[in-house]
Ligand binder design. Sequence first.
Ligand code: NAD
Length: 313
Amino acid sequence: MSAWKILLTDGLEDNGKEILRASAVVDDRPGITADELLQVIGEYDAVIVRGRTKITPAVLDAARKLKVAGRAGVGVDNIDLKSAKEHNVIVVNSPIATTVAVAELALGLMLSICREIPRADATMKAGKWIKKELEGVELYGKTLGVIGFGRIGSAVAARAKAFEMKILAYDPLIPADEILKRGGEPVSMDELLAKADIITMHMPLTADSKNILNADAFGKMKKGVYVICAARGGVIDEEALLAALNSGQVAGAALDVFAAEPPGQTDLVAHPRVIDSPHIGAQTIEAQARAANDISEEVLNALNGKPLRWKVA
Ligand code: NAD
């Protein structure tokens, strides 16, 4: 077997490194700069990145031996797929590794915003006891609108059912019978907006989904709706959300992703009825270990010409 050379640019859990080292020479260079990457990439058969490293056309031009670029995680927006194709570089990711982690965070955000758990904690730590102000709402019996009913959206629905919520799902790319099989009631976007008490977003950012929750969409929602987003920054028009919070149309929002990351202390981030987290959807020990396992196996399979489960390009 050839001794493949593999570069890790954003770190990888030990279980992944062990898989790779069984049949490859692995160089672990977390934090490598864009300039350094350009200088060394020519030595490697494969590179594994997370979200930080950008695999640009210039990197691919310099990558004379590169056969595979792997993304430990889902989003491949940091890899130039067109250029990778032109350079005959296979791009793979590990899309199922983080499903449970993101679904559990979405439920956590939902409970947190509905019961104001972060505010309860912050006020206690500040020496206050504001029990009377902290009257929340229950998930029980509420209608959850899931926009994007793929892996994560349907995993959220399965968990929400344990809270005895009713699930409405909008997904233009999944047939109605499949949505039913996954435990959702298929509805149009307008019906979902009109009927949901809580809306949770689980689609990728595309030309179609950009700002899908805009002023028009907020206007169609029930007054006092809650909005959860652990999908991608950009699927919500943040100015429209801020206006909807200020008018009372939206009772609260819980956001893990932002149009610009990090967003800084914007009016939206600082809003008293918004809960923020710094894009931690996939940040669990289990999800990261799963992603390391899956991407390491997939990159070796790609190098060795074996069948692939998650070829992106
Ligand atoms: P998936 O491909 O299984 O599901 C996405 C679904 O969205 C698909 O069924 C697709 O048909 C649907 N969709 C596409 N365009 C749509 C539109 N305009 N309106 C409604 N639905 C639409 O993907 P997944 O694994 O469930 O991931 C979903 C999202 O979660 C992705 O955007 C992903 O980047 C994001 N994500 C976030 C984190 C995080 O850290 N917060 C981590 C992992 C994934």
